[in-house]
Design a protein around this ligand. Sequence first.
Ligand code: GLA
Length: 689
Amino acid sequence: MRVHIRTTHRRGQRRIVGALSAALLCAAGVTALPAAARTPADPGPADATRAARPTPAPRLPDGLAKTPPMGFNNWNSTHCRAEFNEDMVKGIADLFLAKGLKDAGYRYVNLDDCWALPERDGDGKLVPDPQRFPHGIKAVADYVHAKGLKFGIYTSAGTKTCNEAGFPGGLGHETSDARQFADWGVDYLKYDNCNNQGVDAKQRYRTMRDALKATGRPIVYSICEWGENKPWEWASDVGHLWRTTGDISDSWSSMLDIAKRNLPLAPSAGPGHWNDPDMLEVGNGGMTDTEYRSHFSLWSMMSAPLLIGSDLRKAAPETFEILANKDIIALDQDALGKQATVLKSDSGRWTLVKELAGGERAVALFNETDQPQRITTTAQDAGLPQAAGYRLRDLWQHRDTHTTGTVSATVPAHGTTVYRIAADARWADHPPAVETGTDRTPLVEAGAATGLRSTVRNLGGSPAKQLAVTLKAPRGWQAEPTSPATARALPGGRTLTTSWRITAPAGAAPGAYPLPLTADYRSPGGKRVTTTLPGTAHVVVPPPSGTAYAAELPWLSAANGWGPVERNTSVGERDAGDGRPIRIGGTGFAKGLGVHAASEVGFYTGGRCATFSAQVGIDDESGDRGSAGFEVWADGRRVAAGGTVTGADAAHTISARVAGAETVRLVVTDGGDGIDYDHADWGDAKFSC
Ligand code: GLA
């Protein structure tokens, strides 16, 4: 990873916004979570769990923000663009009511940067931008209030706000600005950090706290100094929430990086004083709905403020469905106000636990990797007392089942399964939970057949009756069970294993195809349950015989620390095709792969190739910087591992025997020092088949 230095809207100060790769691979649990994936603030799961003891800290006495604030802020969707205006703000307030968001708990409608004119008036007062807010700010606040909602505004604890146009900041104007906000009816202030002139942060944020208090109006106070001065250590009696990281962006890597930085801070959060991992990106288009569900699940588990960051006037139904999930919101808004802790984190499989009021627990099984993963824990490990059975509510499926203790799921790539678990004497009233799984992601050549084994395991204490397992093949395919796929009754603790024969039609185009596995059954009381595991099959193409260059073969999967994997060029870190000719230690390579640690590229070799070889190293464009380790994996086995190479080294040869392997994966690790500058090249990478 290269650090990105954002200077655009920083005056006199530079701010480094880190981002992290989505490239956490771990297919089949082989690759461990790279050290680079740990941020400095992330000591790893053991420490995070150990640190979960609450420390008594002074609190603001005003009783505000007893649960994390919920609402909207325009920044993530509009930045300073002209569409940020009175119409938008009113439109959002309207939708809060029309779409049930107010009912779901969303209250604050907040303005971010760019609402003011660059100069104060003759009395030193802030002036709303007349183009954006022709009726002034008070009129908008009144409109919002008339709907039973609350209104928020933004400024910076500096001489100017963060936007490069430089709108007036609050430093030195705290009393007057706070008064003006209170007069307008402001209920929430986000106070940023730009152009702070090096004045001590504690002093700057306390001055505004006191100015807000002096107005006599209850105003939620959001500290936005990006975690630079560890506000979680001193701000619990300064603000009601504090940003813990740099700005989020609408990408999986940004969201993941921020979640990992915010997770270890659990002990600092509680009613009236929350960690703020930044506003939501749900619905902005840069992530899949599965990823947005993970984003929303993680934020709610972390008791984060839930500030919608998409323009709801253009939002898809799925966006509303995610944002209005009351089962998930209830975790965020739980009265106990405990941020989730990490129970376990292993190779990108995360188990988070949130203690809830009344002794229940929420468990999130979060899959950071780009392959489906089985993640498993127990009710007792989640902190519940020993009991004969537990009610298990799936908060995305909105379904109650029971378990005798195991809490387990195969979680899709980048997905999160969230359960609410209670020790329940009447557990048997709910159908048994079943866990569905498959032994592999099938790879099949067009016109050929392959095998797959599915399992359906009853996690409950009563039988799953009239169980029927189906594998829904794509159109033109066949998926036939070659062993029983039904059971009259599957007792608690038992597993039905079914073998399948899957045939792809001749001429099927290479690529991924959906292959969902469904288990349908009835509880002893006759209640019907249908549960579906989304799955995938790949149509693969065998490599040609002779020399097959890696850059000319289709990939099964490709993941990179920065930017896409490139064919025959180095990696440019951003877009496809932005690399340069491959060059290692002064030697150029016409063919090869350009990757960025941590990386993994998978190939289908179908048992047809004998060897793989390449000339590997850090691309010359990194200078002497960067280091990486190169590895070749055949099916689940590592068959070659070069030592760590650095930017100063010439190309090394790596070669491996891959005879008999169905798949080969080319893996690049970070060399043990993080992924900065790790432009890693597989020069002349080729198979002999
Ligand atoms: C900073 C904040 C963002 C946003 C912008 C506005 O970057 O961290 O959340 O408020 O400023 O300029």
